[in-house]
Design a protein around this ligand. Structure first.
Ligand SMILES: C[S@@+](CC[C@H](N)C(=O)[O-])C[C@H]1O[C@@H](n2cnc3c(N)ncnc32)[C@H](O)[C@@H]1O
Length: 210
């Protein structure tokens, strides 16, 4: 299967409204705490963590359809009923996706090695933008966590900066040397195998800011 390495997330086909599944038919218990992974690719990370944490639900968003199909195929093979992969353009669809869940379930968000879009003209294609951070702030529960990582220093600092600009988020120290979740993504494994650095940040949703 040949999968395009990058798609332009701002192109017209990704602007179509999503048809959302009935979460009661997906998750055994849709009221469990929800962990959202944005840009999950083939879902290696989620397939592992969903197996380890049965009392959480996991949702992976990915813009490239063949990757979502492959990930859902592996999810079904593993019989995981606390995990789902959805084809979505997070910048356009996140708000309607989160509104379709039971209230107050979102407890953790991960954005790991997002596409860097190095050229200045293309940086508006980066997934972490102020509007996306606002949607996460609106839905993430007090004390809920956001974990960010990238191997590109400028991308890591830029996405961290967008979260820090929102008063709802409190930083948990500066760079983390270890991954607090302990499960590497596909991209993380490739970077670590080359001996290259990874820049990681953890933030918490404050209880006292609306
Ligand atoms: C560099 S890969 C990293 C994948 C995975 N998180 C990892 O660490 O191995 C970034 C992924 O984000 C997806 N992506 C990029 N923009 C997106 C968007 N706006 N919404 C959803 N997924 C997106 C890409 O298709 C790609 O699979």
């Amino acid at each position: 299967m040949r999968v395009r390495q990058h798609v332009n997330p701002l192109s017209q086909p990704f602007r179509q409204p999503l048809e959302l599944p009935d979460w009661r038919l997906i998750y055994t218990d849709p009221e469990q705490p929800l962990h959202l992974d944005i840009g999950c690719a083939k879902g290696r990370f989620l397939l592992t963590i969903a197996h380890q944490e049965p009392h959480w639900n996991f949702l992976g968003l990915e813009i490239r359809k063949p990757l979502v199909e492959q990930a859902n195929h592996w999810r079904i093979e593993k019989g995981l009923t606390n995990l789902y992969f959805l084809m979505a353009q997070a910048n356009y669809h996140l708000s309607s996706i989160l509104a379709s869940f039971p209230p107050a379930v979102l407890q953790r968000v991960t954005i790991q090695f997002p596409d860097p879009w190095f050229k200045r003209k293309q940086q508006k294609r980066r997934v972490v933008q102020p509007d996306l951070v606002q949607v996460i702030a609106d839905y993430l529960q007090p004390g809920g966590e956001v974990f960010l990582q990238s191997d590109v220093f400028a991308v890591a600092v830029a996405m961290y900066g967008h979260f820090r600009e929102q008063p709802q988020f409190q930083t948990q120290g500066e760079f983390l040397s270890e991954n607090p979740l302990g499960i590497p993504t596909e991209r993380e494994l490739a970077v670590l195998q080359k001996g290259l650095p990874v820049y990681r940040f953890l933030l918490k949703r404050r209880a006292d800011a609306t």
